[in-house]
Design a protein around this ligand. Structure first.
Ligand SMILES: Cc1cc2nc3c(=O)[nH]c(=O)nc-3n(C[C@H](O)[C@H](O)[C@H](O)COP(=O)(O)OP(=O)(O)OC[C@H]3O[C@@H](n4cnc5c(N)ncnc54)[C@H](O)[C@@H]3O)c2cc1C
Length: 356
């Protein structure tokens, strides 16, 4: 094994916003063995300086950033630590019955390719999550979701490498503490755990979920009354292509903000002040407010500020028209947050990981 340590690597083609950013050090790894080797590298050790003198044998550790396909991050300055590009691949069938199939999938696999493979095999559960960019390993981090499905619905366990204990651990689904666009990986695991593989259980007798968003209408338009898994996947792909900008053509990272979840009392006061407000009741009794609607009401849909702006069809998506910097995009997001707060007293939370 010979890991290559690159220095001062340009990351602009490795983030879907397409913003300029540099990694002080950059290492690709494609197996668990290579990952162990990565953390034995002295590149992480920074000699401690006291009164401008380097203290012998004393060092601190450089931070690391595990990078998937860069579709949920915004770089706002050069990353002064070590960027680790996860390229662990592979799909293994662990168990199969007449009802279900259990799989272990390498964290560096492309999510959409994995979905297409499942669709082709007629394994149900991830078809509504078609065309979401990124890697399998990043999917549990924000519990990716779309069209009424979240990845937690099909996850059994997640394998991680804990850099402090220097060992691999398996987290059960419960231990991952999944919730709306959130998990333990965004909290305790941040800067400490690297996801190496994810175990899924998919159904051979799936229950299709067609009631969310425009799926049902689109199927009807196509004259499909008894859809297959492939019909759902094709329909989701079609809807997403018509609504969301392709990062290859227009830099973006999908939804920049989460949909805020508020109490029933607060929702009722919002509804009085803004009768048109769009919200969805949650099982908890709370309400999920459509952040895109709030942003649109504040006049930002299609707004452009220099080289960045808000997408003309989807107000949750901030876009880079070509030369925007991470800081310009962040400044626009702050402007939106301030205006939404002034108008609705709602504090928008960022879904995209801002790397500073
Ligand atoms: C056009 C578009 C549409 C999108 N639509 C959706 C959608 O419908 N639903 C949705 O939920 N998301 C959506 N997203 C967001 C994004 O696709 C997901 O969050 C995806 O899971 C990010 O994967 P990635 O490999 O690109 O992660 P990256 O952007 O590379 O990383 C994201 C974060 O995860 C960390 N990370 C990545 N891999 C690992 C690992 N193996 N171990 C530890 N930490 C890791 C990174 O350090 C970073 O903090 C969309 C994005 C785009 C550009």
């Amino acid at each position: 094994m010979s890991l290559v340590i690159q220095e001062n690597v340009n990351l602009s083609s490795m983030n879907t916003f397409g913003v300029e950013a540099q990694a002080r050090y950059f290492i690709r790894f494609s197996s668990k063995e290579e990952l162990i080797e990565v953390f034995q590298k002295s590149v992480f050790d920074v000699p401690v300086k006291k009164e401008n003198k380097v203290t012998r044998n004393a060092s601190t550790k450089l931070p690391f950033l595990c990078l998937g396909e860069g579709s949920n991050i915004l770089f706002v300055q050069p990353f002064s630590g070590v960027v680790l590009k996860n390229e662990i691949r592979g799909l293994e069938i662990l168990k199969q019955t007449a009802e279900s199939v259990s799989l272990k999938v390498g964290a560096g696999e492309n999510w959409h390719k994995f979905v297409l493979h499942c669709v082709q095999q007629n394994w149900g559960g991830v078809e509504n999550l078609s065309l979401i960019p990124g890697t399998v390993g990043a999917a549990p981090i924000q519990n990716i979701g779309a069209y009424g499905v979240e990845v937690q619905d099909v996850i059994e366990a997640v394998e991680i490498y804990d850099i402090e204990q220097k060992k691999f651990l398996i987290l059960s689904k419960e231990e991952c503490q999944f919730s709306y666009r959130d998990s333990i990986f965004k909290r305790e695991g941040r800067g400490r755990w690297i996801i190496t593989s994810v175990n899924f259980t998919l159904s051979k007798k799936p229950i299709l979920r067609t009631h969310y968003g425009a799926i049902e209408i689109e199927l009807k338009n196509q004259g499909i009354s008894h859809p297959t898994i492939k019909d759902i996947s094709d329909t989701v792909i079609k809807i997403r292509r018509s609504k969301l900008p392709d990062p290859k053509e227009l830099g973006n990272a999908g939804s920049f903000f989460k949909n805020p979840v508020v109490t029933a009392d607060f929702y009722s006061s919002l509804k009085q002040a803004h009768p048109q407000i769009i919200a969805y009741p949650e099982a908890s009794g709370q309400y999920k407010i459509a952040a895109a609607w709030c942003i649109e009401q504040c006049g930002f849909k299609g707004w452009r500020q220099g080289a960045c702006g808000v997408h003309s069809q989807q107000a949750l998506v901030l876009v880079n028209y070509g030369t925007a910097t991470g800081n310009e995009i962040l400044a626009l997001s702050e402007r939106i947050r301030t205006k939404v707060f002034e108008t609705f007293q709602i504090q928008l939370e960022t879904e995209v990981q801002v790397i500073s």
